[in-house]
Design a protein around this ligand. Structure first.
Ligand SMILES: *[C@@H]1O[C@H](CO)[C@@H](O)[C@H](O)[C@H]1NC(C)=O
Ligand SMILES: *[C@@H]1O[C@H](CO)[C@@H](O)[C@H](O)[C@H]1NC(C)=O
Ligand SMILES: *[C@@H]1O[C@H](CO)[C@@H](O)[C@H](O)[C@H]1NC(C)=O
Length: 216
């Protein structure tokens, strides 16, 4: 065991590091991987977002899954993005064409706070991959991706793998809702799936309303 004084120093040092990290939470920009498509979101982006490399410690086969950063399209903040990780219910279900399977539900999971990474939910609550105490991974047979195509989203900007520039954080729930609205509009363009119900909802809903939906 560390002597008491030393352990206090250690705790303070850790706190300082933590505080320093918090001063610049999540500032960054999305990492570009090789083969990034040019132009607006379209089904061409599906290959780019599909996770094809084996993941460390995943010893079983995962459903087809997609992950990456998608801009929230806030004017003046091109590097403000949300991060998503989506798992298919069935082979091809997430990328079905516009009017195929359009009456099937799909879900977005947001951890509360707001301000917690939804990867906590994915890896410890309702996702297909779970982390054991010794950092080995195991398959969660109760993952919600068994019920529907499911998308875990880090939000608002700057949380987890979601990125924001220095001045691009959210000041209030209205901004959070507008950002989320921009993200979802892009998300449904990237995987081809465009559920009609959602399209309708997006056209009708005011961003402010989504802001409330996200935080409750
Ligand atoms: C890690 O923990 C899991 C679940 O408790 C166990 O099955 C596995 O054997 C452990 N692995 C190692 C390397 O200790
Ligand atoms: C993989 O699991 C082992 C325990 O089985 C753990 O010690 C190791 O840190 C894990 N690797 C990663 C990259 O998480
Ligand atoms: C956005 O990120 C790029 C790096 O990809 C950087 O060069 C640029 O300055 C950033 N723009 C803003 C407004 O932060």
């Amino acid at each position: 065991m560390l002597p008491l004084r030393l352990s206090r120093v250690f705790v303070w040092a850790s706190l300082l590091v933590l505080v320093q990290c918090q001063e610049n939470p999540g500032v960054g920009y999305p990492h570009d991987y090789p083969g990034k498509p040019k132009g607006p979101f379209s089904p061409a982006w599906q290959n780019y977002f599909e996770v094809t490399e084996p993941l460390p410690n995943v010893t079983w086969s995962l459903p087809r899954n997609f992950a990456g950063n998608i801009p929230v399209d806030r004017p003046g903040h091109p590097n403000d993005t949300l991060f998503f990780w989506a798992f298919e219910k069935e082979q091809g279900s997430l990328t079905a064409q516009e009017f195929e399977r359009s009456d099937e539900p799909w879900g977005i999971w947001l951890n509360g706070g707001p301000g917690s990474s939804s990867l906590l939910g994915l890896l410890f609550e309702n996702g297909p991959i779970h982390v054991a105490a010794n950092y080995s991974l195991y398959s969660n047979p109760y993952g919600w991706d068994n019920l529907a195509d499911y998308v875990w989203v880090d939000q608002p900007v700057g949380v987890g793998f979601a990125t924001a520039d220095n001045t691009g954080f959210v000041a209030d729930e209205d901004q959070m809702g507008e950002d989320f609205f921009g993200f979802v509009a892009n998300l449904v363009e990237a995987p081809a799936k465009k559920p009609r119900a959602l399209q309708k909802a997006l056209k009708m809903a005011r961003p402010r309303f989504i802001g409330y939906a996200v935080t409750t």
